[in-house]
Design a protein around this ligand. Structure first.
Ligand code: PEP
Ligand code: MN
Length: 390
């Protein structure tokens, strides 16, 4: 069996002697497949040489035949990393919770027969132990896991001393600190090979998307952690196969470093996330039609002029905001003198309605105007409250 040709143990990285158990750390040698030897300094570019990561595969590993069918279809499409969930987090009990450990040898087979690297989700120390035992190349933390720092810490400890690349999905809630915190916990455990995956955020009102993209969160994540490759998972954002391409293109326009997309050989009969999985042919078309913008910075006189105008407007906007807050403070003093409360909901509604009624004519979205007004009003209230404290 090809699987059992162990060369060295990645857990302690010092055992270069063959054999199933590493004599240094006495654990099961983690390198059981000859294709797994590249645990690389620059893992990302080693798996994705052109710098754009194509991660694809089914939501769940359902059977050996299914993973082999999808992997064989994806192999010629430039996919660098094959994904398949083995332990599936379900919101409510009773659903399909994944095939568990029995599916791990199927991924080993994918790896050995197609040469694709393989990735699965881990949500506990036990999952890490098992994934590594079966030679999984890359593990990922799901959105529910990133939401819980206790679990992230447990997984980070289980990974300590290994050199396994980890992909960290954003938390369910739009809180960039949880996402960065998970990366930091892994780094503190000595894990250096990390990528992040934007999969959208849980929303109450699932009108268009299953998980709202709220692009400002991954943009802020990237600003805070510019050296972490940032992928997008349009499947979990869209929740519907027909929207996956649109979200994928938006991610490419925003210069994401790659895409994790769910692909199933028979999406209609998938045991999990059936509505959002693509069949291999649709995936091939999507990737082929993806428009990658040039990375070069446009050095154009017209662009420089437009940017100068934007800077001028920004400066003017903040000068006006400063004047507005000055008036707000005077109103605050008046309210204090008269003993009236700071918050006057009727007045707030009036301000909001006036601005919202002008939004469309100004070419601004309802949501944008509402968010800006909420921020301005929040700051105004704070200014008046601090007056009250004086
Ligand atoms: C998945 O990738 O199949 C998955 C469960 O993802 P998430 O954690 O983003 O919901
Ligand atoms: Mn899924």
């Amino acid at each position: 069996m090809a699987f059992l040709s162990a060369k060295f143990c990645f857990r302690c990285e010092s055992c270069k002697i063959g054999g199933l158990f590493c004599p240094i750390c006495t654990k099961l040698s983690l390198s059981l497949c000859p294709n797994s030897y590249i645990l690389m300094a620059d893992w990302f570019h080693s798996i994705f040489p052109d710098g754009f990561a194509l991660v694809a595969g089914p939501c769940s590993a359902e059977s050996e035949a299914q993973v082999m069918a999808v992997a064989n279809a994806l192999k010629p499409m430039g996919v660098g990393l094959f994904r398949a969930g083995v332990w599936k987090p379900r919101t409510r009990p009773g659903g399909f919770e994944g095939m568990g450990e029995q599916a791990l040898p199927w991924l080993q087979r994918v790896k050995c027969e197609t040469g694709l690297r393989v990735a699965t989700e881990v949500a506990s120390a036990e999952h890490v132990e098992k994934a590594l035992r079966y030679d999984i190349d890359v593990v990922w933390l799901g959105a529910r896991t990133t939401t819980n720092p206790f679990t992230v810490q447990e997984i980070a400890e289980a990974l300590r001393g290994t050199n396994v690349p980890v992909m960290v999905k954003n938390a369910m809630v739009p809180d960039v600190k949880l996402w960065c915190g998970a990366v930091e916990r892994l780094r503190n455990a000595g894990i250096e090979q990390i990528a992040a995956v934007h999969r959208g955020f849980g929303v109450i009102d699932e009108t268009t998307f299953r998980n709202a993209p709220i692009w400002r969160i991954p943009i802020e994540f990237h600003r805070q952690m510019p050296d972490i490759p940032l992928l997008c998972d349009p499947s979990h954002i869209a929740g519907r196969a027909d929207l996956v391409g649109m979200v994928a293109q938006q991610a490419a326009d925003l210069d994401f470093d790659g895409l994790m997309i769910e692909v199933h050989n028979d999406p209609c009969h998938a045991l999990s996330d059936s509505a959002q999985q693509l069949d291999p042919e649709t995936y091939r078309r999507l990737i082929g039609e993806l428009n990658h913008r040039k990375k070069t910075i446009v050095k154009d006189a017209e662009l420089a002029q437009l940017r100068a105008e934007i800077d001028q407007h920004d400066s003017e906007l903040f000068r006006l905001l400063s004047e507005r807050m000055e008036i707000v403070r005077k109103v605050g003093e008046l309210k204090q003198r008269e003993g009236t409360p700071v918050l006057q909901t009727q007045r707030y509604n009036q301000i909001l309605e006036r601005r919202l009624s002008e939004a469309e004519a100004l070419g601004l979205s309802h949501d944008f105007v509402k968010r800006v007004m909420e921020l301005i009003h929040e700051e105004a209230v704070c200014q008046q409250l601090s007056k009250h404290r004086e």
